[in-house]
Design a protein around this ligand. Structure first.
Ligand SMILES: [Zn+2]
Ligand SMILES: [Zn+2]
Length: 244
C-alpha cells in the first residue's frame, strides 16, 4: 500500500531479542506476514542496543540482547519475506551524553535509529537534578539536539516523549515549559542534519485525546512546517501489538 506515493512502512519494530519484549516468537519471519496482511511494504527491525565496545556509563544489563547476537540474526534472515522488504536497524541508547554504538557497528546497519529520551531506563538516564518538570523540559531538548548533531544518527525514535511520570497534566506541563519556540529550534536542527523524525504509534498520550492533540500532534505539525523528514514506527514489541 502507498500513501501519497510513499510505501507504507514501519521502521521501528522490536523482536523477542529486546529484553522488554515478552513475545519471544516476535521475529522478522513472524512479523512479515502480519505486515503483508496490513499492506505494509517495508519493515525495519530495531531492537534496543548498547554496543559492548562502548563502556556503559550506568548500571543496566544489556548482555542478554547482545549486538553480535542481533547481527547474526540479521545475517541469517531473508531481506524480503511474504513480499515485505526487511531493513535491519537498532534502537540505539543515548545515556550520559554517550551514543551506544561504535562507528564500525553502525556501518553494518541499514539505518541508525537513536532514542534520546529513555529517561525511565536507569538511575542516571535522567540525572537526579532533572527529575522534575523543569528538568525534564530542559533535558528533552538537550538530548534531542545532541543526538541530531551526532554524525551516526539517521533517525530519532519517539521524539520528545519523556517516558516518566504518570502523564496527563505532567506531559502538558512539560510541553508548556519547553515552549514552541524552543521545540522549533530543535526541529530546525533535525532538519539541518537530515535526521528522520519518527511518528511513533506508542506515544505516552493516546491518539485522539485532547492531550495528544495539544502535544504530539502539534509537534508533528510544527516539524512538517519546518521541513523535517518523517518515518512511521509502531514500536511494537510483540506480534499482538503489531496486529493491533
Ligand atoms: Zn524507545
Ligand atoms: Zn522501541
Amino acid at each position: 500500500m502507498k500513501i501519497n506515493g510513499i510505501p507504507l512502512h514501519d521502521l521501528h519494530l522490536h523482536t523477542g531479542l529486546s529484553m522488554c519484549s515478552r513475545d519471544k516468537g516476535a521475529t522478522p519471519e513472524t512479523y512479515a506476514p502480519i505486515a503483508a496482511k496490513n499492506g505494509v511494504e517495508l519493515i525495519g527491525i530495531s531492537d534496543h542496543i548498547w554496543d559492548i565496545r562502548i563502556k556503559l556509563p550506568m548500571d543496566i544489563n544489556f548482555t542478554s540482547n547482545c549486538f553480535e547476537h542481533q547481527l547474526q540474526h540479521f545475517n541469517d534472515c531473508a531481506r524480503v519475506q511474504h513480499g515485505v522488504k526487511i531493513k535491519y536497524s537498532a534502537e540505539v541508547e543515548y545515556f550520559c551524553g554517550m551514543l551506544g554504538i561504535h562507528e564500525s557497528s553502525a556501518a553494518l546497519l541499514d539505518y541508525v535509529l537513536v532514542a534520546p529520551c529513555h529517561f525511565h531506563a536507569g538511575p542516571r538516564a535522567l540525572p537526579e537534578e532533572y527529575k522534575n518538570h523543569e528538568g525534564v523540559a530542559y533535558y528533552l531538548t538537550k538530548t534531542f539536539d545532541e543526538v541530531c548533531e551526532n554524525p551516526l544518527t539517521q533517525a530519532v525514535a519517539h521524539p520528545f516523549d519523556p517516558m516518566i511520570f504518570s502523564y496527563g497534566d505532567d506531559l502538558r506541563k512539560i510541553y508548556e515549559l519547553v515552549g514552541w519556540d524552543r521545540f522549533a529550534q530543535s526541529l530546525q536542527k533535525c532538519k539541518d542534519h537530515n535526521i528522520s523524525f519518527e511518528i511513533n504509534f506508542s506515544l505516552s498520550a493516546a491518539r485522539g485525546t485532547p492531550l495528544f492533540n495539544e502535544t504530539y500532534l502539534k509537534l508533528f505539525k510544527l516539524a512538517k512546517e519546518i521541513g523535517c523528514k518523517f518515518h512511521f514506527g509502531t514500536d511494537a514489541h510483540s506480534r499482538q501489538a503489531l496486529t493491533n
